[in-house]
Design a protein around this ligand. Structure first.
Ligand SMILES: Nc1nc2c(ncn2[C@@H]2O[C@H](COP(=O)(O)OP(=O)(O)OP(=O)(O)O)[C@@H](O)[C@H]2O)c(=O)[nH]1
Ligand SMILES: [Mg+2]
Length: 1017
């Protein structure tokens, strides 16, 4: 029974039709019997002669001569079934090969018996007529009937009829796009091509068969068969049609297989004729000689600009020139290419149209052009069942919906977080209508799929209206991730680049507070490492920005600094008008002491480990004096409340002296500089040398710190020396210091704390200091703080920018250095063949294991007349033993393979494909009861001895072993493509990441920096 009958429409289940069907079947049987009776009698000799001469003429393609040869005997015997069949065969061949108008079949197609039923000649003619009118279903009915008629006939004269039935069915199945069934019929037709056929009929078979094999991706079969038909040894200038066709298609098949040398050798033997021009384009296209293919394809198209086939060929040559996964063509070219593919798809039917639509969707996605024509055609297909449609079609639909703000846009996405496109498992090809389809390149196809899934997901994330800022940010981040995925697949993808750049747009503001907030978010999102490349120093920059934000909100912080024992603490006390800071002759201050205005006068100790403790008012001095260096080193700073109103809200900070005998003090003080908004530097009049202070002061100024100089202990100098020293310091540090004010801190303190003579209080010696502080610091505390914060932000951004640029450079170097990932593809084939043979041998060798186990289990008794006593447990055990042994052998083989030099990528990919396949294969062996039937069917061999048993098992295992070998050998292309894809990804991932860093992070940093320049002071 043919496969057609098994899939007849369900109408057959209705009773009246079914009975009609069986009546027809019965009739057909009768006809068969009649025919065979007739043929057994054999035709009269003159008829037989006429038929055989006509047949001989027909085989060479002289159909007119053949028909003429039959005319005379037919006029004498108009009802002769042999003559009629012979004529019908000639006419059908004549019409099929385009050598006669279809009307010549009309006279033959008339029903001949009273019930309107047709015999074989009429059936053949009618089927042909219907086929050429694209009436597929009625044509199929005729063909089915014809097959019934020849079913039982053994007569060789019917051989040609059978061949034609197969050929007609092939053509029909191909035209309605049932490639697999077409292939089956073609293989039958090929086997039945009448011996000695030359001329147009063979050419037709070669042409149709070759196209079908190419469409179905049976390249090896095509090459083997066409090589036989191509008569390559024949060097004559002219060859017949069939041979020329075989050469043209052989060149194409070899090119599709990647055999450049073979394809070019055969191409040279194709006759130079317009008819083979298309094949030359295909060969060029497949071999990657794009420029030639494009020029040829254009010329080919110009000769018949309306032909959908030529348009598609031209379009695919254009597509082949596009960069991986994307498109760099002009908008006009993109639109024309898509129009061409839309035409090609619209003019195809059935499965063929499905494959064209798949190709159209793939190209439309790559071109990033979801034109109305494309979308309309694709949506029509999706309406017939979106679930079974190729994923690319759903992607086109979903992306177009997003573009149109269609509310159903979410249908194709799995809800988050983050939402992503619903992908589909890959069911295996062949994909695309034929060998030149871009879908045939699996890595290209899968790359575009992955890229487009990510792009659709990114677009969806960006379109999703989600309330709440944090979610929005997450969606933006997800979109960014998706876009990087797109760029990993297609590094030049325009839309992904544009969207990424759009995402990186920082908020439009030149308020310092906004810039600080944006910078915090930007820096926080930078990873410390991208694809193994570190981005260092960003964490520090981030904490710098965070601190700058905090400090901007706090009151002005004025730090009092200077060398040890210069009188800093005394000065602080005098300034605040109360003795809050301990003073002493020896280095006294060991911690950073913040004096802030507060009600209690107590203190808080901030430790470096983050803990805080409190000290009551009366115990602050005792606490501070009791700190030894070890205890002090645990303290980050002290926060001490002062109750007096002097200095307003500003925090005054007393610091340990620089240049102390103990280096630790100096380190603590220097670390602190960064936190101060303004600095008062205390020089001591009792110490001459100021050289050591120069460096520190200069660096403070460079950091943008305002420094006010105070010359303390002037009471130890006479007025002349005082003026001299002041002048000297002004001269030394004039460019660094805002001013230098001579004071006597101890005296001022005495005066202000009331222990001095009340008379003297009227003339406060600190007035000058307070005036200077007001003038330089307090009057524009806000500007001071803001310019410092801006400077700190700028610093952090500059450092980040440098780190990111460095990482980008490293990523780009990494991308450019990525070489091939092992596995020279030329050795691949040889290795796979060797592995296949090895596995084949190992599977055959299981005969021994099976024999031994069977005997040991006692399920077969040697010499006991072949009695079989196998139980279910035995079978389970044997199955497990065999499975284990096969998988272990396979594991060992793969392990050995991975030891070979230069095979890491290859053996990994192979293992990933082979192991699941092997497991599935073993599962199906198990569930089909293979072992049990093996024992039952072949176990009797034991009667002839152990060797005979082993032999029988061995031959029973042979087909299994052969299919394993075939599977392994068949992996060449898949592995080659996987390797190519891996190489592509390893090279493009770093450049995609570099691009992301450039487009988002670096662009963000630069935008913030330029925003900073415009910040209002
Ligand atoms: N003659 C004189 N001595 C002063 C003056 N100011 C402070 N001193 C003395 O200088 C010594 C050091 O004073 P501090 O205020 O503790 O000095 P400091 O700079 O805080 O010292 P460290 O914290 O140890 O770095 C003390 O003995 C003070 O009495 C002043 O104006 N004139
Ligand atoms: Mg001190």
């Amino acid at each position: 029974m043919s496969s057609d009958d098994t899939r007849k429409p369900k109408d057959e289940d209705k009773n009246p039709l079914r009975s009609m069907g069986s009546a027809l079947g019965g009739w057909a049987k009768r006809m068969g019997t009649i025919l065979s009776e007739v043929t057994q009698q054999g035709p009269p000799e003159e008829v037989a002669r006429a038929i055989s001469q006509a047949r001989a003429l027909g085989l060479t393609g002289d159909y007119a001569g053949a028909a003429a040869r039959l005319r005379e005997p037919l006029t004498q015997r108009p009802g002769d079934s042999h003559l009629k069949l012979a004529l019908a065969i000639i006419r059908v061949a004549q019409v099929l090969t385009g050598n006669a108008h279809v009307s010549v079949l009309l006279e033959l197609a008339e029903p001949q018996n009273k019930r309107g039923e047709r015999a074989l000649p009429e059936t053949l003619a009618e089927a042909t007529r219907l086929l050429l009118r694209d009436e597929f279903d009625p044509a199929l009915d005729q063909l089915r009937r014809g097959r019934k008629l020849v079913e039982d006939a053994a007569e060789p004269a019917l051989h040609d009829g059978r061949f034609l039935l197969n050929l007609l069915t092939t053509l029909l199945q191909v035209r309605r796009g049932r490639f697999e069934r077409g292939l089956l019929e073609f293989q039958r037709a090929r086997a039945r091509l009448p011996e000695g056929t030359r001329g147009p009929l063979r050419a037709l078979l070669v042409r149709e068969g070759a196209q079908l094999l190419l469409a179905e991706d049976h390249l090896d079969e095509a090459i083997a068969w066409l090589t036989g038909e191509a008569d390559l040894g024949n060097t004559a200038a002219e060859v017949d049609q069939g041979t020329a066709a075989a050469r043209a298609y052989l060149a194409v098949a070899l090119a599709a297989k990647g055999d450049r040398v073979g394809a070019e050798a055969v191409r040279a033997k194709i006759p130079v004729r317009p008819e083979w021009e298309e094949h030359l384009v295909r060969v060029h296209l497949l071999l990657g000689t794009g420029a030639e293919a494009r020029a040829l394809a254009l010329r080919h198209l110009q000769q018949d600009p309306q032909s959908p086939r030529r348009k598609r060929l031209w379009a695919l040559c254009e597509v082949a020139a596009w960069p991986v996964g994307g498109c760099d063509a002009s908008p006009t070219i993109r639109a024309t290419v898509l129009d061409a593919l839309v035409d090609a798809a619209a003019s195809a039917a059935g499965e063929r149209q499905e494959r064209h639509l798949h190709e159209l969707a793939h190209v439309a996605l790559r071109a990033d052009l979801l034109s109305d024509g494309t979308v309309a055609l694709i949506r029509r297909r999706l309406q017939d069942g979106a679930a079974s449609a190729p994923e690319e079609l759903r992607l086109v639909n979903a992306r177009r919906r997003l573009q149109d703000n269609d509310e159903r846009a979410g249908d194709d996405f799995l809800p988050g977080p983050p939402p992503r496109f619903r992908s589909q498992p890959d069911l295996g090809g062949p994909f695309g209508p034929d060998e030149i389809s871009p879908l045939r390149d699996a890595s290209q196809r899968l790359g575009v799929l992955r890229g487009q899934r990510a792009l659709a997901s990114a677009e969806f994330c960006l379109k999703s209206h989600v309330s709440g800022d944090s979610q929005l940010v997450n969606l933006h981040e997800a979109a960014q991730e998706y876009l990087v995925e797109v760029l990993t697949e297609a590094p030049e993808h325009e839309r992904a680049r544009a969207l990424l750049a759009q995402l990186a747009q920082p908020l439009q503001s030149n308020r310092l507070e906004d810039l600080l907030a944006a910078a915090t978010a930007l820096l926080a999102a930078i990873p410390s490492r991208v694809l193994g490349v570190p981005i260092s120093g960003v964490a520090d920059a981030l904490s710098g920005v965070i601190a700058a934000r905090e400090r901007l909100a706090r009151p002005l912080t004025i730090a009092v600094m200077g060398e040890f024992s210069s009188g800093k603490s005394t000065f602080v006390n005098a300034l605040l008008g109360e003795v809050v800071a301990p003073m002493g002759v020896l280095p006294t201050t060991t911690t950073i002491n913040f004096f802030r205005r507060g009600p209690t006068g107590g203190a808080r100790v901030h430790y470096r480990d983050g803990s805080i403790s409190t000290v009551a008012r009366g115990e602050v001095h005792t606490f501070l004096r009791g700190l030894d260096d070890v205890a002090a080193s645990r303290v980050r700073h002290m926060e001490i409340e002062r109750t007096s109103a002097r200095m307003g809200e500003a925090a005054v900070v007393d610091t340990p002296g620089l240049n102390a005998l103990d280096g630790f003090h100096e380190r603590v003080a220097r670390e602190f500089v960064d936190e101060a908004d303004a600095i008062i530097w205390i020089f001591s009049a009792t110490r001459g040398g100021a050289a050591s202070e120069a460096g520190v002061l200069k660096s403070m100024r460079a950091d943008g710190r305002q420094v006010l100089g105070v010359l303390n202990k002037v009471d130890t100098l006479d007025p002349e020396e005082r003026a001299e020293l002041t002048d000297y310091l002004k001269q030394q540090f004039g460019d660094v210091l805002l001013d230098i004010i001579p004071v006597c801190a101890s005296e001022a303190l005495e005066l202000r704390t009331g222990s001095a003579d009340p008379e003297a209080r009227h003339d406060d010696p600190f007035r000058a200091v307070e005036d200077a502080l007001e003038k330089h610091f307090l009057a524009h505390a806000r500007e001071l703080k803001r310019s410092l914060a801006a400077r700190r932000l700028g610093d952090a951004l500059a450092r980040t920018g440098a780190a990111v640029r460095h990482a980008i450079a490293e990523l780009e170097t990494k991308a450019s250095q990525t070489g091939p990932v092992g596995s020279d593809p030329t050795h691949l084939e040889a290795r796979l063949v060797a592995l296949g043979d090895k596995v084949y041998g190992q599977l055959l060798a299981l005969d021994d294991l099976l024999t031994r186990e069977c005997l040991a289990l006692g399920v077969l008794r040697a010499g006991a007349g072949g009695k079989i006593l196998v139980t279910e447990q035995d079978v389970t055990y044997l199955t497990a033993v065999l499975r284990d042994s096969i998988l272990r052998a396979l594991q060992a083989d793969l392990g050995e393979l991975s030891q070979e030099p230069d095979s890491d990528a290859f053996s990994d990919i192979l293992a990933a494909r082979l192991v699941p396949w092997a497991q599935g294969y073993l599962d199906s062996l198990e569930s089909s009861g293979f072992i049990a039937s093996l024992i039952h069917e072949h176990g009797h061999g034991v009667a002839k001895g152990e060797a005979a048993l082993r032999e029988r098992y061995r031959s029973a295992l042979a087909p299994v072993a052969a299919s394993w070998r075939k599977f392994i050998r068949g992996q060449v292309r898949a592995i080659r493509q996987s390797i190519a894809q891996m190489q592509h990804r390893t090279a493009s991932a770093p450049s995609a990441e570099a691009l992301r860093l450039r487009a988002t992070t670096l662009a963000g940093v630069d935008a913030l920096l330029s925003g900073l320049e415009q910040v209002a002071p």
